[in-house]
Design a protein. Sequence first.
Length: 209
Amino acid sequence: MPPTKPSVAVFDFGGVLIDWNPRHLYRQLISDPAEMEWFLAEVATREWHQAQDHGGDPAEATRRLQAQHPDKRDLIGAFYDRFGDMCAIAVPEMGALVERLHRAGTELYVLSNAPNLLDPWLRGPGRERHPFLRLFSDYVVSGLVGHSKPDAAIYELACRTGGFEPAAAVFIDDVMVNVEGAQAIGMHGVHHRSAAETIRALQALGLPA
């Protein structure tokens, strides 16, 4: 753990700030829960989507998957066309935490493994749907910048983007290997398991959480 008291908080997006989940969209499109689960397990799979987190093109990935499953063409197309619907539900305790940190003068950034379309969503519709997202100085999205967690390059890019040294920042993520990646370059790290635990961890670091 670096000795410097952090003055910057860098948050993961899905699973920390927002309850990102394709089910928020597909419950609107597939009435049978079992059919929806089959679609997400066998067609629009986690592995298929994560390729876009690591630099794949969402439009091309959609076309390829539609060619494999022509009978599911519209459902597949909705995955990225209506990506914002998957981000509909914020974690209220984390939004309140962000607001407290901002009021106290803490610099705030988002660092997310996500497809490149998350960046324009964060800068437009996301700010309208979840006003606390306006409090972040900038967003670093893996699918846009060509690096992804837990590679050192994306944490170093986040530091350059904000103009801060790694030891001045704490990174909060719900995936432990991503926290370890941040710690490896000298950042503080908090493994997010609940809002209450994260708040206590940030308070222990001296942040006004």
